[in-house]
Design a protein around this ligand. Sequence first.
Ligand SMILES: Cc1cc2nc3c(=O)[nH]c(=O)nc-3n(C[C@H](O)[C@H](O)[C@H](O)COP(=O)(O)OP(=O)(O)OC[C@H]3O[C@@H](n4cnc5c(N)ncnc54)[C@H](O)[C@@H]3O)c2cc1C
Length: 374
Amino acid sequence: MSLNPRLVKESFSAVEPFAEKAAGYFYGRLFTLCPHMRGMFPPGMDAQRDRLFNALTRIVWMLDSPEGLASYLAQLGRDHRKYGVAPEHYTAVGSALLATVKHFAAEVWTDEIEAAWTEAYAMAAKLMIDAAAAEKTPPWWLAEVTDHERRTRDIAVLTLRPSQPMHFIPGQYVTVQTARWPRVWRRFSIANAPRADGTLRLHVRAVPGGWVSTALVRHTRIGDQLLLGPPAGTMTPPETDRDLLCVAGGTGLAPLKAVIEHVIASGERPNIHLLFGVRRACDLYDMPDLARMEAVFPWLRVLPVVSDDPAYDGIRGRLPDVIERFHSWTDHEVYVCGPPPMVDETVRRLRSSGVPPSQIHHDPTQPHTVHSGL
Ligand SMILES: Cc1cc2nc3c(=O)[nH]c(=O)nc-3n(C[C@H](O)[C@H](O)[C@H](O)COP(=O)(O)OP(=O)(O)OC[C@H]3O[C@@H](n4cnc5c(N)ncnc54)[C@H](O)[C@@H]3O)c2cc1C
């Protein structure tokens, strides 16, 4: 039997309007089939339901592009090791998934559609299981907090020492779990290039009501232990000698700092413009360090930009507007990181000003598109 993406997509479109109900039904079936799997999921399942559907939607719509799908599924498979997922769990997930789509697409359901879903899921599960089995790195790392600096009311810079070496590429992120919120993982960018002592830095902003960010900023102390998932992300350093434009909104500075540190250490000397945007001048939480980098690498220009502070005596405005005040960036390799709306708008404006998409690098702006947490 061969894969039939058309049948899978058509039947999935009958399920999509009932996304929330379907996700609830799916987890109900899954935990009935396999009650012990409930322990792999966070206490609150609301965000989890969105994650499931975002991931499933992405997989279904990628069925026509095998290469992109294979690397996405391989990443998911590797990442799921940190939840303790074993091959037998995929069988239970497959049964619950099939029962769910069959239930919500009952009006259009046929034997052919069932065969198409069975085939597609078997292919996806095999890719995830094989990628997990082939992975040599640990499923997660224990890391000790060796420093915790409160830079502003909401922002802390944490230094972590993983118990085993963690190899990563500058610009990548890790997922983090705190003792306060078992089984709840959130992504945080690594804010440094690899160091001889193996330590990592994270820049964390506590979002109002945020579980993990608040725990990291307000309730974490030196000596505490965190769990880290494997590094991931494709916003990695350029392989060209083009000049660089880095556009950072708030703690979006973290991965861009890692990329810049890497470029400085590489011995290359491109001109680098770093636009670091915040709302108020007091949110410029990393200026002494950035000034030190500027002092050792004269090709770096750090430009703080403040949007909501009329008294600020420097560049004022929103980042997407400010980048347009400069000369053209079409010859630059561009890195953008920060709140999703800022990233989306900056990328859109850069593209319409003629910067080729292949020269623009950013992380996914949808919070839950990478780790489904199935
Ligand atoms: C690739 C990637 C890298 C990231 N790197 C960093 C980083 O280096 N530093 C960092 O501080 N964050 C980073 N984030 C965001 C981080 O992963 C969390 O989403 C964020 O810290 C909120 O998690 P939480 O558990 O505290 O909040 P949740 O418990 O998930 O959310 C609680 C409430 O806050 C809202 N909320 C969630 N995120 C935000 C937000 N950003 N602003 C306002 N409200 C929000 C939610 O809608 C919800 O209502 C990154 C995200 C991605 C996708």
